[in-house]
Design a protein around this ligand. Structure first.
Ligand SMILES: NCc1[nH]cc(CCC(=O)O)c1CC(=O)O
Length: 316
């Protein structure tokens, strides 16, 4: 490692992350995992560096309108390429399908529960929401699946970090919202959940609940450091989901969901593409080998099936 004139920096590790409470909680989880895996590391030797991203600055418009994915990662990836940080901790759900040259996802922590939850002060399920009620969500995937179940509901954007959204809901800005259970768990706010939605009724986003660790592709020191943090079943499942997304990723305005599960040596992947208004959707499902190669092949196969089912205009 280079030693500059003033700062002697042998082995200090900088972890880049967004500054939201959820992102910081995920960075702390990663730091704790690093310290547990490497007794020679000290808490003072591992620094969490919060970085503001475009996605954090824009609060007034749906992210799908400003360019969707990448908005939460660009500035962090620049810091990684510059050497200001050594690893970046991301919600894999927010990661673009393709990474910039020179960066790789070197490890994924064990996935948290991938399901979505309903949060509502006025109803205990999607079915019992009042007719025509307003549901706050900026996610087209959630909007499409919700409107398929309840075409009478109105969907409005509800932005901000998880805490802000819960506050907006409590103030009556919407009758309900939908959030990832994983985020609530990591924030210690599972108490806010009204109902957990089964993956059969509500297919999760690609990689929902998974935390990825991104590093420079040419940094063997950091690669060795994060290797023990990788949870292979999570990486296999998320590889299948992201391979499916890569086939379909024509437009960030097309709602896409995909969820992979391991049963012994088998990997099952279910995928969905839908219109944002919920009036049309297509599902595909297949099973492959629960290996990295099997996952990539399965993801591509399910993606191609969905593409064929949906037709060219759908994904345009
Ligand atoms: N798009 C924001 C985002 N990115 C990751 C999570 C939750 C944690 C996860 O899915 O891993 C959330 C909030 C939400 O969708 O409720």
């Amino acid at each position: 490692m280079a030693v500059s004139g003033l700062s002697i920096n042998h082995g200090a590790i900088n972890i880049g992350t967004r500054g939201s409470p959820l992102a910081l909680a995920q960075a702390e989880l990663t730091k704790a995992a690093l310290l547990a895996a490497h007794p020679q590391l000290t808490p003072a030797g591992v620094t969490i560096v919060p970085i503001k991203t475009t996605g954090d600055k824009v609060q007034d418009r749906p992210l799908s309108e400003i360019g969707g994915k990448g908005l939460f990662t660009k500035e962090i990836e620049e810091a990684l390429l510059d050497g200001r940080i050594d690893l970046a901790v991301h919600s894999m759900k927010d990661m673009p399908t393709f990474l910039p040259d020179g960066l790789i996802i070197a490890a994924m922590l064990e996935r948290e529960d991938p399901r979505d939850v309903l949060i509502s002060p006025v109803a205990d399920s999607i079915e019992t929401l009042p007719k025509g009620a307003v549901v706050g969500t900026a996610s087209l995937r959630r909007q499409a699946q919700l409107l398929a179940l309840r075409p009478d509901l109105k969907v409005q954007p509800l932005r901000g970090n998880v805490g802000t959204r819960l506050e907006k809901l409590a103030r009556g800005e919407a009758a309900a919202t939908l959030l990832a259970l994983a985020g609530l768990k990591r924030l210690g706010r599972v108490d806010a959940a009204t109902a957990i939605l089964s993956t059969d009724a509500f297919l999760p986003a690609v990689a929902q609940g998974a935390i990825g660790i991104e590093i420079r592709a040419n940094d063997p020191r950091i690669a060795a450091l994060v290797a023990p943090l990788d949870h292979a079943p999570t990486t296999i499942a998320v590889t299948a989901e992201r391979a499916c997304l890569a086939v379909l990723d024509g437009s960030c305005r097309t709602p896409i969901a995909a969820h992979a599960e391991i049963f012994g040596t088998a990997l099952r992947l279910r995928g969905l593409v839908a219109l944002p208004d919920g009036t049309e959707s297509h599902r595909a499902e297949d099973t492959g080998n629960a290996t990295l190669e099997g996952a990539a092949a399965l993801g591509r196969a399910v993606g191609e099936r969905l593409k064929a089912l949906a037709g060219p205009n759908f994904l345009a």
